[in-house]
Design a protein around this ligand. Structure first.
Ligand code: ASP
Length: 491
């Protein structure tokens, strides 16, 4: 049966299938979540889930069942021969539908402070919904010590572990908080294209060949930067997006080729307003989702890039009082980033990106093209516990100023038109002043969940080299596909 047939295919109307679906529906309808067992003491109920662990004590068999809400101990008593027989057969990770009576545990066996520590399920029937091979690692304990390649290959099993379930569910809570917060403040979520044109934002781009236009290519966005600015020209005034960003960078520690930002942009705002909005949002996030955590200093301390470099030798200073305290959160604003820098690869490039506006005091030098490395942008970072959470800036909204940045970056008139013609033109149609920010969701979740790297808070992460070990990507494509794309591989 194909996926699409599930509801309306002809199979559905045949009698055996009708019974099958009716039965599944019934299971779902009567099923009690494991977290709700305590409300059903004395009743016979149905649960469904996975065998977490099994302890065969000969006459009796104990096993823990797990569903998305938690664990419960199940007991197969000697008085039920058929149940005992099945309970001896089952193994960890088998999928079962269990019927049983919820009993209070004897006082001496009560486990305080654990879900269902005071109840257990006396099993009256076991229905095996599916069996399972022996898992390549223990599911019922943290997998953090397991070889990471193995965890990645069997990610769907790794995700079953309690720690990973918690990380991914907390990530959802954080994203939900941000979405609500944005909506409550009159932002609207706008999806921007994934297939776009190349733009220099500092990193190498992923390239996607076009089949219909052989020899032409899309690239994947490094961030929605240009689109969000164009949303401001379009009059939306307050945009946000939980945005996936793709950067084709060489292996660099804790990087992922794709990552997620809470991307936002506002029109008619000052830098101060962006900072205040962001700061209040993070304070509320901690208050609401992680009340056990303490923010070291409110309002967040601020320092200029120059001060931070001078005092800490870094633009990501760690301002925690106690670096061993997992519940301490030290936010700090780093302001007034330089506009230009020299790197190993390039004589001159924009520190953040070429769309940042220039500080009023440095405008003269900027227009004259003098003393470039001393020119500062209205650009700011938010740092948390030594991690850069986000960069942002007040943008350029005037064509001539934008052209001056391109000129100083040695981008020829022709190149400017080719790459940025749409931005330069948009600025001539009444572009409002605007600015924004884009905190990295993966890093935020990593820090709040006290995880050592972002792979622990991404459901299906890639390795440091950008490989997906479960699906096996990147992978070759067929000769036929290459031909359609007009691509010949050099040997
Ligand atoms: N687009 C920028 C980035 O990805 C953030 C911003 O300036 O809003 O770093």
């Amino acid at each position: 049966m194909k996926g699409g047939d599930f509801i309306i295919g002809s199979d559905f109307c045949s009698l055996p299938f009708l019974f099958f679906y009716a039965k599944i529906l019934l299971v779902m309808k009567n099923r009690v979540y494991i977290k709700d067992l305590k409300d059903n003491v004395g009743k016979e109920i149905i649960i469904a889930g996975w065998v977490n662990i099994r302890r065969d004590q000969g006459k009796m068999v104990f096993f823990d069942m797990r569903d998305m809400t938690g664990l419960v101990q199940c007991v197969a008593l000697p008085s039920r021969a058929d149940v005992i027989e099945k309970a001896k057969e089952i193994r960890p990770e088998w999928v079962l539908k269990i019927t049983g009576i919820v009993n209070k545990r004897p006082d001496k066996n009560v486990k305080q402070d654990t879900l269902n520590g005071d109840v257990e399920l006396e099993v009256t029937n076991i229905e095996i919904l599916n069996t399972a091979e022996t898992a390549p690692f223990q599911i019922n304990e943290s997998s953090i010590e397991v070889n990471e390649d193995l965890r990645m290959k069997y990610k769907y099993l790794d995700l079953r572990t309690e720690r990973m379930q918690k990380n991914i569910r907390m990530r959802d809570k954080i994203v939900t908080f941000f979405r609500k917060y944005m909506h409550n403040n009159d932002f609207i979520e706008i999806e921007t294209p994934i297939l776009m044109k190349g733009t220099p934002e500092g990193s190498r781009e992923y390239v996607v060949p076009s089949r219909l236009f052989n020899g032409q290519f899309y690239v994947l966005p490094q961030s929605p930067q240009q689109f969000k600015q164009l949303c401001m020209v379009a009059g939306f005034e307050k945009y946000f997006q939980i945005a996936r960003c793709m950067r084709d960078e060489d292996t660099r520690g804790d990087r992922q080729p794709e990552f997620t930002q809470l991307d936002y942009e506002m029109s008619f705002v000052t830098q101060e307003e962006v900072l205040e909005y962001t700061e209040t949002m993070f304070i509320e996030l901690v208050k609401n989702v992680y009340p056990e955590k303490k923010i070291t200093q409110i309002p967040f301390p601020r320092m200029s890039y120059a001060q931070s470099m001078e005092k800490y030798g870094s633009d990501k200073p760690d301002l925690r009082v106690d670096k061993n305290n997992p519940n301490e959160l030290a936010f700090v604003w780093i302001l007034d980033f330089p506009m230009f820098e020299k790197t190993d690869e390039r004589e001159l490039q924009a520190v953040h990106h070429p769309f940042c506006s220039i500080k009023e005091e440095d405008k003269k030098k900027f227009m004259k093209g003098e003393d470039l490395f001393s020119i500062r942008a209205n650009a700011y970072d938010l740092v948390l516990n030594s991690y850069e959470l986000s960069s942002g800036s007040i943008r350029i909204h005037e064509r001539d100023i934008q052209k001056q940045v391109f000129k100083l970056l040695n981008i020829s008139e022709e190149e400017q038109q080719k790459k940025f013609g749409h931005m330069l033109e948009a600025f001539t149609f009444g572009a409002p002043p605007h600015g924004g920010f884009a905190p990295g969701i993966d890093r935020i979740v990593m820090i709040l969940q006290n995880e050592p790297n972002i792979r622990e808070v991404i459901a299906f992460p890639k390795t440091g080299e950008g490989r997906d070990l479960m699906m096996g990507s990147p992978a070759p494509i067929t000769e036929k596909q290459l031909k359609e794309l007009g691509i010949k591989l050099s040997k």
